[in-house]
Design a protein. Sequence first.
Length: 530
Amino acid sequence: MLTVFMRTRCVLPAIAIAFAATSAAASDSPPIANVTTGQLSGAHDNKTGLNEFKGIPYAAPPIGPLRWKPPQPVAAWTGVRQADHFGPRCMQRPIYSDMVFRSNGVSEDCLYLNVWTRAHSSNEKLPVLVYFYGGGFSAGDGSELRYDGASLAQRGIVTVTVNYRLDVFGFLALPALAAESPEHATGNYGLLDQNAALRWVQQNIAAFGGDPDQVTIGGESAGSMSVSAQMASPLSKGLMQRAIGESGAVLGNLKPRPLALAEQQGQAFEQRVGAHSLEQLRAMDANALLKAAGEKDVPEFHPTIDGYFFPRSPEAIYQAGEQAHIPLLVGSNSQEGDYTSLLNDKALTPANYRAAMEKRFGKHAAEALKLYPASAEAEVKASGTAFASDDFIAFATWRWMNMQHQTGQAPVYYYYFTQARPVKRDGSAGPDAGAVHSGEIEYALGNLSGNNVFAWTAADHHVSDIMQGYWANFIKTGNPNGVGLPNWPAVANKDNGLLRQVIGVDTHESVDHNAARSEFLQRIDPDAHL
């Protein structure tokens, strides 16, 4: 049960944090933070002036009998616990080549978070960002270089990255799990982990100079989907004041699975691994379960409409205006997908494009070809990439933006990121044709220097400065605008479209006229789910 993570914040010790001073002698003494479960010893970075606390447990290790249970409270410790290195990342296979981890291996014991802060006392009440990583709910980690919190922390934001359970460990649904649950719920353990981390932040972030009443949640891809999910859940929507979504939402074509389907898939997996009870399943080797989950014909483990975290579908929750009514900064990239995925290595011709769209849309192909037209090779590339991007994740992101704009009772700031990454340093590839999926992360979080794969240019750093400025202002005020930045209007109707900010070398406001594409995809495939 999650009742242990109550909304009411605990009273923290009077001396909640002690930070190293600038003198050489003081720099030898690590910063100390007092959280509700004990003392933490972090590390001071003399170069950035920041205090960093890594590998902080926010829930008990979900191992043994706690496998596939909601996160449980952390046991208090005596003495000072070292928090100067990243904890293990959650169980996952090496799926994505662009993930650069600094974590201490892989383990089921993985419910840790990390904090970067420039605060010198617990009285500073700095705004807070809690960031959830992407990786398709199957991979990712709060230690990844691209999510490093130092740059935003230097701008006066207490930055937190969170590990949450993944794959079969985070999203297995079974009738037997529902039967043992006081809430009769199953699945969504990874989302419940995030909720527990947000409750930990409410109770403890003041110890790091953060303001629990000024919390922004953010994320990219599955992390962005997680943000949209936390906004929808009655368990979480009071735990944050603002939200940032970078490419992804649990809406549109990425809806969570219906419970019956999720339980059916869970039972098929249980049979596949030869388990005849929850006890046997919980006793199985974690690596064996992970290997079985990764076999080709096993459906991916993703969020579920469980009746608890999601009392009903996110679509219904947003439509009724029952989600968190908070400012939202949300958008997607110019090349979330690529036309090549549609053509399957066939020649780049209008005829092949037409055939691919007819195969994909059947009786709706004529309408699709009007919305994604292609009469020449260049148009095949443009329309094919637009469709591939929408079909993958941009449509779901648009759906979230539009529904929050309609029912959220708070400003929405919508962006379209266009900056293509430059050539790779080793000359093996690049520059990218457009802003690829996940390509905005280092720009937004100020971490270009941490990615040595690409030969970043002055233009890239300029775009990063703008994007970081927008993100930091939004985290602080709920509005991305500020001195020296191109004006970014909130979403509003204009010229038969919606206002949107194009972010790139030429950052400017524009009018998005692509609603018809998303409305078409919603209409023809209303029951699609992740």
